[in-house]
Design a protein around this ligand. Structure first.
Ligand SMILES: [Zn+2]
Length: 199
Protein backbone atom coordinates (compact mmCIF):
# COMPACT_ATOMS: atom_id res chain seq x y z
CA UNK A 1 0.00 0.00 0.00
CA UNK A 2 1.30 3.42 -0.81
CA UNK A 3 0.25 6.79 0.47
CA UNK A 4 -1.81 8.62 -2.14
CA UNK A 5 -0.87 12.27 -2.24
CA UNK A 6 1.09 13.15 -5.32
CA UNK A 7 2.51 16.44 -4.07
CA UNK A 8 3.62 14.99 -0.76
CA UNK A 9 5.06 11.87 -2.39
CA UNK A 10 6.95 14.07 -4.83
CA UNK A 11 8.41 16.15 -1.97
CA UNK A 12 9.49 12.98 -0.14
CA UNK A 13 11.16 11.66 -3.31
CA UNK A 14 13.10 14.96 -3.65
CA UNK A 15 14.41 14.68 -0.11
CA UNK A 16 15.32 11.05 -0.64
CA UNK A 17 17.49 12.08 -3.59
CA UNK A 18 19.75 14.02 -1.17
CA UNK A 19 22.88 12.32 0.21
CA UNK A 20 22.34 10.46 3.46
CA UNK A 21 18.57 10.88 3.50
CA UNK A 22 16.56 7.69 3.78
CA UNK A 23 12.82 7.00 3.67
CA UNK A 24 12.12 7.88 7.33
CA UNK A 25 14.14 11.08 7.36
CA UNK A 26 12.57 12.18 4.06
CA UNK A 27 9.05 11.84 5.49
CA UNK A 28 10.12 13.66 8.66
CA UNK A 29 11.47 16.58 6.59
CA UNK A 30 8.39 16.67 4.37
CA UNK A 31 6.03 16.84 7.38
CA UNK A 32 8.23 19.50 8.95
CA UNK A 33 8.01 21.61 5.77
CA UNK A 34 4.21 21.29 5.72
CA UNK A 35 4.04 22.57 9.30
CA UNK A 36 6.25 25.61 8.69
CA UNK A 37 4.81 29.08 7.93
CA UNK A 38 4.53 29.62 4.16
CA UNK A 39 6.99 32.55 4.24
CA UNK A 40 9.68 30.47 5.93
CA UNK A 41 9.32 27.77 3.28
CA UNK A 42 9.49 30.36 0.48
CA UNK A 43 12.72 31.80 1.95
CA UNK A 44 14.17 28.30 2.24
CA UNK A 45 13.32 27.45 -1.37
CA UNK A 46 14.66 30.80 -2.53
CA UNK A 47 17.97 30.21 -0.71
CA UNK A 48 18.40 26.92 -2.59
CA UNK A 49 17.59 28.54 -5.95
CA UNK A 50 19.84 31.56 -5.36
CA UNK A 51 22.80 29.42 -4.26
CA UNK A 52 22.35 27.02 -7.15
CA UNK A 53 22.06 29.79 -9.76
CA UNK A 54 24.71 32.23 -8.51
CA UNK A 55 27.47 30.09 -7.05
CA UNK A 56 30.04 28.85 -9.55
CA UNK A 57 33.60 27.59 -9.45
CA UNK A 58 36.53 30.00 -9.09
CA UNK A 59 38.27 30.08 -12.46
CA UNK A 60 41.67 29.76 -10.78
CA UNK A 61 41.30 27.24 -7.96
CA UNK A 62 37.87 25.61 -8.26
CA UNK A 63 36.56 26.92 -4.92
CA UNK A 64 32.91 28.00 -4.85
CA UNK A 65 32.32 31.71 -5.49
CA UNK A 66 29.80 34.18 -6.84
CA UNK A 67 32.56 36.04 -8.70
CA UNK A 68 35.19 34.98 -11.21
CA UNK A 69 37.76 34.74 -8.39
CA UNK A 70 37.02 33.28 -4.97
CA UNK A 71 37.77 35.25 -1.80
CA UNK A 72 40.95 33.21 -1.21
CA UNK A 73 42.43 33.84 -4.68
CA UNK A 74 41.42 37.52 -4.47
CA UNK A 75 43.03 37.99 -1.04
CA UNK A 76 46.44 39.71 -1.33
CA UNK A 77 47.34 38.69 2.23
CA UNK A 78 47.34 34.99 1.28
CA UNK A 79 50.71 33.42 0.47
CA UNK A 80 50.52 32.75 -3.27
CA UNK A 81 53.75 30.74 -3.24
CA UNK A 82 52.20 27.80 -1.35
CA UNK A 83 49.41 25.74 -2.87
CA UNK A 84 47.37 23.12 -1.09
CA UNK A 85 45.93 20.55 -3.51
CA UNK A 86 42.70 19.10 -2.11
CA UNK A 87 40.38 16.40 -3.37
CA UNK A 88 37.15 18.36 -3.05
CA UNK A 89 35.43 21.40 -1.55
CA UNK A 90 34.70 19.62 1.72
CA UNK A 91 38.43 19.20 2.33
CA UNK A 92 39.13 22.85 1.45
CA UNK A 93 36.58 23.81 4.09
CA UNK A 94 38.22 21.50 6.61
CA UNK A 95 41.59 23.24 6.12
CA UNK A 96 40.07 26.71 6.28
CA UNK A 97 38.42 25.75 9.57
CA UNK A 98 41.83 25.04 11.13
CA UNK A 99 42.77 28.74 10.69
CA UNK A 100 46.34 27.53 10.33
CA UNK A 101 46.85 27.77 6.60
CA UNK A 102 47.35 31.01 4.69
CA UNK A 103 48.37 29.77 1.23
CA UNK A 104 46.09 29.15 -1.74
CA UNK A 105 44.26 26.03 -2.90
CA UNK A 106 43.57 23.89 -5.92
CA UNK A 107 40.43 21.74 -5.86
CA UNK A 108 40.90 18.61 -7.97
CA UNK A 109 37.36 17.32 -7.94
CA UNK A 110 38.46 13.69 -7.74
CA UNK A 111 41.39 11.29 -7.46
CA UNK A 112 43.17 9.05 -9.92
CA UNK A 113 41.62 5.61 -9.94
CA UNK A 114 42.57 3.29 -12.82
CA UNK A 115 40.10 0.69 -11.47
CA UNK A 116 37.24 3.14 -12.02
CA UNK A 117 38.72 4.43 -15.25
CA UNK A 118 39.47 7.87 -13.75
CA UNK A 119 42.61 9.24 -15.37
CA UNK A 120 44.61 12.50 -15.15
CA UNK A 121 42.33 14.38 -17.55
CA UNK A 122 39.22 13.50 -15.54
CA UNK A 123 40.57 15.35 -12.50
CA UNK A 124 42.10 18.28 -14.41
CA UNK A 125 45.79 17.50 -13.85
CA UNK A 126 46.85 19.49 -16.94
CA UNK A 127 45.01 22.57 -15.60
CA UNK A 128 46.81 22.15 -12.28
CA UNK A 129 50.21 21.85 -14.00
CA UNK A 130 49.55 24.89 -16.18
CA UNK A 131 48.56 26.95 -13.15
CA UNK A 132 51.74 25.96 -11.32
CA UNK A 133 53.95 26.72 -14.32
CA UNK A 134 52.29 30.12 -14.91
CA UNK A 135 52.56 31.26 -11.29
CA UNK A 136 55.14 31.75 -8.57
CA UNK A 137 54.21 28.65 -6.63
CA UNK A 138 57.25 27.13 -4.94
CA UNK A 139 55.58 24.49 -2.78
CA UNK A 140 52.66 22.21 -3.56
CA UNK A 141 51.15 20.44 -0.57
CA UNK A 142 49.31 17.30 -1.64
CA UNK A 143 46.64 17.56 1.07
CA UNK A 144 44.86 14.39 0.17
CA UNK A 145 43.72 11.64 2.55
CA UNK A 146 45.97 8.57 2.90
CA UNK A 147 43.87 6.27 0.72
CA UNK A 148 45.15 4.14 -2.18
CA UNK A 149 43.80 6.65 -4.71
CA UNK A 150 45.13 9.57 -2.64
CA UNK A 151 48.65 8.13 -2.57
CA UNK A 152 48.54 7.37 -6.30
CA UNK A 153 47.41 10.91 -7.13
CA UNK A 154 50.04 12.51 -4.89
CA UNK A 155 52.81 10.36 -6.37
CA UNK A 156 51.67 11.11 -9.93
CA UNK A 157 51.60 14.90 -9.42
CA UNK A 158 54.92 14.81 -7.60
CA UNK A 159 56.58 12.96 -10.48
CA UNK A 160 55.38 15.61 -12.93
CA UNK A 161 56.38 18.59 -10.80
CA UNK A 162 59.77 17.53 -9.48
CA UNK A 163 61.60 18.22 -12.80
CA UNK A 164 60.22 21.78 -12.73
CA UNK A 165 61.96 22.38 -9.40
CA UNK A 166 58.73 22.69 -7.41
CA UNK A 167 58.81 21.36 -3.85
CA UNK A 168 56.05 18.79 -3.36
CA UNK A 169 55.03 17.84 0.17
CA UNK A 170 52.54 15.45 1.67
CA UNK A 171 50.57 15.72 4.91
CA UNK A 172 52.26 14.10 7.91
CA UNK A 173 51.01 10.73 9.02
CA UNK A 174 49.06 10.56 12.20
CA UNK A 175 46.04 10.65 9.98
CA UNK A 176 44.35 7.26 10.10
CA UNK A 177 45.10 5.29 6.92
CA UNK A 178 42.11 5.28 4.60
CA UNK A 179 40.58 8.23 6.43
CA UNK A 180 38.65 11.06 4.90
CA UNK A 181 40.03 14.53 5.67
CA UNK A 182 36.62 16.13 6.03
CA UNK A 183 35.97 14.09 9.20
CA UNK A 184 39.40 14.74 10.73
CA UNK A 185 39.39 17.14 13.67
CA UNK A 186 40.97 20.59 13.32
CA UNK A 187 43.93 19.93 15.63
CA UNK A 188 44.94 16.68 13.90
CA UNK A 189 44.57 18.32 10.50
CA UNK A 190 46.63 21.32 11.56
CA UNK A 191 49.35 19.03 12.96
CA UNK A 192 49.36 17.01 9.72
CA UNK A 193 49.83 20.24 7.77
CA UNK A 194 52.60 21.51 10.06
CA UNK A 195 54.46 18.21 9.94
CA UNK A 196 54.29 17.79 6.18
CA UNK A 197 57.20 16.08 4.48
CA UNK A 198 58.76 16.12 1.03
CA UNK A 199 57.78 13.43 -1.44
ZN1 LIG B 1 40.00 30.63 -6.08
Amino acid sequence: MSYKNELLNNLVERFKSLPGVGEKAAWKMAFHILNLPKGVVADFAEAIIQASQKIKKCEVCGNFTENNLCYICADNMRDKSVMCVVQNMKDLLAFERTNGYCGVYHVLGGLLSPMDDIGPEDIGISKLLKRIKDSEISEVIMAIGPTVEGEATAAYVSRLLKPAGVRVTRLAYGLPVGSSLEYTDDITLHAALEGRRDI
